[in-house]
Ligand binder design. Structure first.
Ligand code: IPD
Ligand code: CA
Ligand code: CA
Length: 267
């Protein structure tokens, strides 16, 4: 598995160089998916680089990738190994020249994520985990914050591009802001989760797609954080890849945060 993680890390670094070079040297070329969702030329280039490298090395493996193969039903198919790719997580940040941008690559067997890389090229930070072997940031071991109460906890979340389902999210946000220290909306789910893993944040919750969180979730778990959902995961669906109502936090505050989010979802 370390060889798989080495390979994933190497292509994440390569894609990182590509998207950094694109932003530093070429005018930003953007488009929209589904009328609202921003996508840059760099998203497409990085997706191509990563998926072609995986196909060349592992022709029998499947790929779930945000830009070129976004068929999410792949996540529930356990037949052959699956790679889960977000070529740029934080596209809006990328387009605005912010640094909170990452490439996320996860590798799963039978629905269980075994290795994950989240690489942030603008700050030269690479988070990595292999199941059972801990999590690292630039090769140094990382650990969650050890937060013990929601009141002293800093949390991150995000909001979908389409605004039609906002009211319940705003209700949950209201409850969290009232019960925690403060909110950060950083714009990259993969990095939000890695920041919980290394203690820069105490908690993260959101509903996202497998490519946004698959690698980060393993990194957080391997850093001793707790990961789960504040609503039911459908029977038989791989928990590692179910992105609805995700909650990832330092272990001691997990139950209390889950209660706050469930209560706000009910009322
Ligand atoms: C987005 C980011 C953001 C989250 C959105 C995601 P993208 O991914 O992770 O933080 O709130 O739900 O779609 O579009 O930048 O790859
Ligand atoms: Ca994403
Ligand atoms: Ca993306």
């Amino acid at each position: 598995m370390q060889a798989i993680a080495d390979f994933a890390e190497q292509i994440a670094l390569e894609a990182g160089r590509l998207i950094k070079h694109e932003r530093d040297n070429n005018p930003l070329r953007t488009d929209y998916k589904d009328q609202t969702e921003l996508v840059t030329h760099a998203d497409l280039l990085a997706d191509k680089l990563i998926t072609e490298a995986i196909q060349a090395r592992f022709p029998s493996h499947r790929i779930l990738s945000e830009e070129s193969r976004p068929d999410k039903s792949q996540a529930a198919d356990l037949d052959s190994p699956l790679w889960i790719i977000d070529p740029i997580d934080g596209t809006v940040n990328y387009a605005y020249g912010h640094h909170q941008v990452a490439i996320s690559i996860a590798y799963a067997e039978k629905g269980h994520v075994q290795a994950g890389i989240v690489h942030a090229p603008f700050v030269a930070e690479t988070f990595r985990a292999v199941r059972g072997h801990g999590a690292t940031l630039n090769q140094a071991r990382i650990q969650h914050s050890g937060a013990t109460v929601p009141r002293d906890s800093l949390f991150a979340t995000g909001f979908p591009y389409t605004k039609d389902k906002l009211p319940p999210l705003v209700k949950r946000l209201d409850a969290m802001i009232h019960n925690c220290r403060d909110l950060r909306r950083l714009g990259s789910a993969a990095l939000d989760i890695c920041w919980v893993a290394c203690g820069r944040l105490d908690a993260y919750y959101e509903s996202v797609s497998p490519w946004d969180f698959a690698a980060g979730r393993l990194i957080a778990l391997e850093a001793g954080a707790r990961a789960g959902h504040f609503s039911e995961v459908p029977d038989g669906y791989p928990v590692d890849l179910w992105g609805q109502d995700l909650l990832i936090s330092a272990p001691e505050i997990y139950n209390q945060l889950r209660d706050i989010l469930q209560e706000a979802s009910r009322g």
